[in-house]
Design a binder for this molecule. Structure first.
Ligand code: NDP
Ligand code: OXD
Length: 314
């Protein structure tokens, strides 16, 4: 195919030169396209939109658009509030680099919690040289909610570290290494049996505010709750309430409104640790090849991998 396909680019909050970096890296693998900013005149002719948190109303006005490529693994910001016409397909990045990054972050969070990292750092400031009570890793269960590209990597890595892992997904799975559960009954089992809860779900109608007063109530006392899925997986008011009772520590990387507002109550809650949505960031170097492949396939009328089922929402 000779004429170049027009791909428009929008990445909320990124620096201006980000588009130059993406274009350069994708062109290492495939050259037959031009990348233009969404606010340019040429964007009106775009067949593909490569986006992160885009103004969807504007995207859906593009008359030639047939594909949206999400620059991250979660697509809720593209599909949840909008009707995507049937002739427009949505694809996402699925990058093992991101799954491993998430795994590192979850492991970091869990080990800091179990080994009382903060307690020891406080002791150091006071020159106190004595052992503190830590949680024995053999005595606890870690519930991982979501066993997709990311959740299954995290669950496997935790298992390899010797943890007792329980995994939850929508459809039934069989892992030889850790126990898996699905459906409502499985959810209740994880809620009431896990000592550490790790949410790695996609945000859909079914999973919105899945962690709320009723579900937090079913958890054991003194649990650790980790959320790197999406902020709207939790009811923030209910989380705050339970952080004053049965939740010993909450570690959050995602929030209902990002960036987290300066006056949000989470900032001053001592047992909430806040991260600014950085647990598994998109890496241009590792993602460029699959985006190049997707553009090439779309250009030649074929279907790339990692197509989203807009009915399921992920
Ligand atoms: P996948 O689509 O690969 O996996 C989703 C998993 O969730 C699947 O196991 C799926 O079940 C399960 N699931 C979906 N709906 C339900 C439900 N109603 N009940 C039970 N289980 C359900 O997603 P990824 O692993 O790639 O990513 C997960 C999420 O992580 C993203 O959507 C995004 O929100 C978040 N994320 C956060 C990042 C960060 O930096 N904080 C970075 C990247 C992603 P089944 O296997 O049966 O289909
Ligand atoms: C993603 C994210 O979904 O960064 O990729 O949250």
């Amino acid at each position: 195919m000779s004429s170049k396909i027009i791909v428009t680019f929008y990445n909320k909050g990124s620096k201006k030169d980000h588009i130059v970096e993406w274009e350069k890296k994708i062109k290492k693998w495939y050259k037959d396209f031009v990348l233009v900013p969404l606010n340019s005149e040429e964007a009106k002719k775009a067949k593909i939109a490569m986006v992160w948190k885009p103004p969807m109303k504007k995207i859906l006005k593009l008359k030639n658009l047939n594909s949206i490529i999400c620059l991250g693994q979660g697509v809720d910001h593209i599909i949840n509030d909008y009707h995507i016409p049937s002739d427009v397909s949505v694809y996402r990045i699925v990058d093992p680099y991101m799954a491993k990054s998430m795994s590192h972050w979850v492991i970091l969070s869990i080990l800091n919690y179990l080994r009382d990292y903060d307690g020891y750092r406080d002791q150091q400031k006071k020159r106190i040289y004595k052992s503190r009570k830590i949680i024995d890793f053999m005595s606890i269960k870690i519930g991982v909610y979501g066993l997709g590209e990311i959740g299954s990597t995290v669950a496997n890595d935790l298992y390899q570290l010797g943890f007792n892992v329980l995994g939850w997904s929508r459809t039934k799975k069989n892992h030889d290494k850790f126990k898996t559960y699905n459906g409502e009954k499985g959810f209740k089992f994880l809620l009431s049996n896990s000592d550490i809860h790790v949410c790695l779900l996609p945000l859909t109608k079914q999973t919105e505010e899945i962690f709320n007063f009723s579900t937090f109530s079913q958890m054991k006392n003194d649990v650790c709750f980790i959320n790197a899925g999406r902020g709207n997986h939790i009811n923030e008011k209910d989380l705050l309430l339970f952080c004053k009772s049965k939740i010993e520590l909450a570690i959050l990387d995602v929030f209902s409104n990002e960036p987290l507002q300066k006056n949000h109550s989470f900032w001053s809650q001592k047992n909430i640790i806040i991260w600014p949505h950085v647990s598994a960031e998109t890496n241009v170097d590792t993602a460029a090849e699959q985006i190049a492949k997707a553009i090439e396939l779309i250009h030649s009328g074929k279907i790339p991998e990692n197509k989203i089922d807009t009915n399921l929402g992920y």
